[in-house]
Design a protein around this ligand. Sequence first.
Ligand code: TA6
Length: 290
Amino acid sequence: INDSNGLPKVILTEPGGSSAEVLLYGGQVVSWKNDRREELLFMSTKAILRPPKAIRGGIPICFPQFGNFGSLEQHGFARNRLWAIDTSPSPLSPTNSMTTLDLILKSTEEDSKTWPHCFELRLRVSLGPGKLTLIPRVRNTDSKPFSFTFALHNYLSVSDISEVRVEGLETLDYFDNLQQKERFTEQADAITFDGEVDRVYLSTPTKIAIIDHEKKRTFELRKEGLPDAVVWNSWDKKAKALPDFGDEDYKYMLCADSAAIENPIVLKPCEEWRGRQELSTVSSSYFSGQ
Ligand code: TA6
């Protein structure tokens, strides 16, 4: 179906009552609702859902470049392209009891002007009770190797950023985007927010927890093949500077991305890279254990 802006959209539902919405534009998940119809992903109140602008919210796919870590446009071009339903997904283990959508983006002549490589970028989106799984794959369909950086740019919805803690990144090294990408080491307790944060954590553990006290909700982010994690909140000043971001929006979002940034992924001809990310939410019972 088409969304209100005429953009082709696929709606996924599963018997447990949760749902997700995916735009073919950008291959972007733009909504993930739990069985109580609560929206779990953030969408900017001033998001521009009109090509060629990137949509500020949901889960933008950053490929073939994360951020400004290279010469391409910010976060690469995959999120600004029209993807297609993948009718021939190369074999993936069936995601049992999950509702699944396979999308594909193939390189074009146009793209090869700015990034001279042939590729097939696939994304499997699978919805299960309380869980949203994304499996990105990149195949080198060229005759020469290429490298890329990648991120699933998760805009999570939170009740109040000053009530959010991130656990799992303690003591790790990170690049600080606010200090010329200089390398620092995180201190030994959970990350909390009282100002702009824009960091790339390196070689992170498989599981990261984003705890939203007020909503009594914890997001668990599990990832494979995506060794780094990005944590970003614009805070007030930068929010005002971004035209497609409401001035107050920063209070209700946190970007916690699965990424491969420090060590770009290198593919030989015909090789395929695969990543995996599972986002799940744990209800308030999680807190009783604290
Ligand atoms: O999350 C890291 C980052 O590169 C930040 O520096 C900020 O620019 C954010 O991504 C948002 O990027 P976007 O292109 O979605 O505005």
